[in-house]
Design a protein around this ligand. Structure first.
Ligand SMILES: Cc1cc2nc3c(=O)[nH]c(=O)nc-3n(C[C@H](O)[C@H](O)[C@H](O)COP(=O)(O)OP(=O)(O)OC[C@H]3O[C@@H](n4cnc5c(N)ncnc54)[C@H](O)[C@@H]3O)c2cc1C
Length: 371
């Protein structure tokens, strides 16, 4: 392990001094601290070895010290490999940013069209291979027989083959997970991750999807309390599932009467929560449902014990001394008790990475509709 640490130190030292500067320079302070820690631990290990040889320490004490140092060396090696990677450029013919539904289906299509091994990379902020996102507000929340990965990786949603992580390996597609792209330079065809790794592409597919609109975006007071949930990624759904367990049969307020609101409202009722839904429109899903269709669903929900409050919005949230949400204040003056709040008030396409580099239209990126 120490030899490995030595070669990392040498490699990282060279990268720090390279001209022109490599991306690792952006992390200069922490890398220098890492180098100092490596020196310190090497000296400490030498001292322990000498004390051991001279039998100044009991065997048990020696074993304990060695164990501790092994743990520290492992940690340093882990950090070191991250710093080593920072300055490594990876090049691909095709890169897809985003590892969601579009990315998974696109990968399948690439393979159909004769993709060669090593040509395609999918870079995703999420920690898992592309999956059918719609599951998160439905079967993922069931109290029994809930859907879990790997059961709903794409493309099962369309009745197609389930693409497990091994499928990508077999097809020579590099799945780069838990990696957020922080900068995209379309001119130099380079992407830089939040940890400084760089990726070059010939052709880029933007599949970053959307981000949820938050109550904080509207300046709703107290919207940063605990147990207020949004649903976009699997990690959000996991947090909600955890809260469902912790607040068993409690009270939930659902803010929003769209798809997410209606689906999560139903799921929470199935989990035996006392559910109240709030939305400003005169009926649910106004962009899709006529008044009559909405009336059918609202009656169905009411029949299942779900309370619906229309024509008003949440203006503030109160928290208890633990910072957990306890009530939702409405614009019309009503106050709803809540152990959990789930917000589904829409989403916005993630276009920030490409600002000024692409044409935008209706809040999204304009595409060539003739293509
Ligand atoms: C809970 C829920 C339920 C839904 N239910 C339905 C439904 O029943 N029917 C329906 O038709 N549609 C539904 N939708 C909508 C549907 O899921 C989306 O239309 C679809 O996921 C869009 O696919 P996408 O690949 O464009 O984006 P997404 O699937 O959102 O994937 C985007 C990916 O990009 C990643 N990403 C974003 N920024 C970066 C970055 N800078 N670097 C790296 N990675 C990044 C994200 O982490 C994510 O993995 C639902 C959506 C949600 C959230």
């Amino acid at each position: 392990m120490l030899e490995e640490l030595d070669s990392q130190t040498e490699d990282i030292g060279k990268k720090l001094e390279a001209e022109p500067p490599l991306p690792i320079r952006r992390h200069e302070d922490e890398v220098y601290e890492w180098l100092e820690n490596v020196e310190r631990i090497k000296i400490r290990i030498q001292t322990i070895e000498q004390l051991g040889e001279r039998k100044y320490l009991s065997r048990a004490h020696l074993v304990k010290l060695v164990d501790e140092k092994i743990g520290e060396v492992k940690e340093l090696l882990q950090k070191g490999s991250l710093y080593s990677e920072i300055s490594m450029k990876k090049q691909f013919k095709y890169v897809i940013i985003g590892g969601g539904v579009a990315a998974g289906y696109a990968a399948r299509e690439f393979v159909k069209q004769g993709l060669k091994s090593g040509e395609l990379a999918i870079i995703s902020k999420e920690a898992v291979a592309p999956y059918e996102r719609p599951t998160l507000s439905k079967a993922y929340l069931f109290p029994e027989g809930a859907a879990r990965l790997p059961g709903f990786h794409v493309c099962v949603g369309s009745g197609g083959e389930r693409l497990l992580p091994e499928w990508y390996v077999k097809k020579g597609i590099e799945l780069i997970l838990s990696t957020e792209i922080a900068e995209a330079d379309l001119h130099s065809k380079t992407l830089t991750s939040s940890t400084g790794r760089t990726f070059e592409f010939q052709t880029l597919i933007i599949a970053t999807g959307s981000r949820v609109i938050r109550l904080t975006d509207f300046g709703v007071q107290g919207a940063d309390a605990k147990n207020i949930f949004y649903l976009r990624e699997i990690s959000d759904a996991d947090e909600l599932v955890e809260a469902i367990r912790a607040k068993k049969k409690g009270k939930v307020v659902i803010v929003g009467g769209g798809y997410i609101g209606l689906e999560v409202g139903a799921a929470m009722r199935i989990n035996q929560f006392d559910v109240t839904m709030v939305y400003p429109e005169p009926w649910c899903m106004p962009r899709l449902f006529t008044k009559e269709i909405a009336a059918f669903y609202e009656a169905y929900y009411a029949n299942k014990g779900i309370k619906i409050i229309k024509g008003t919005v949440a203006v503030a949230l109160d928290a208890d001394t633990n910072g957990e949400v306890k009530a939702v204040k409405l614009k019309d003056g009503r106050v709803l008790q809540a152990d959990i709040v789930v917000v589904g008030v829409g989403a916005k396409p993630l276009t920030e990475l490409f600002k000024g580099q692409v044409d935008e239209e209706k809040g999204g990126i304009r595409t060539d509709w003739n293509a």
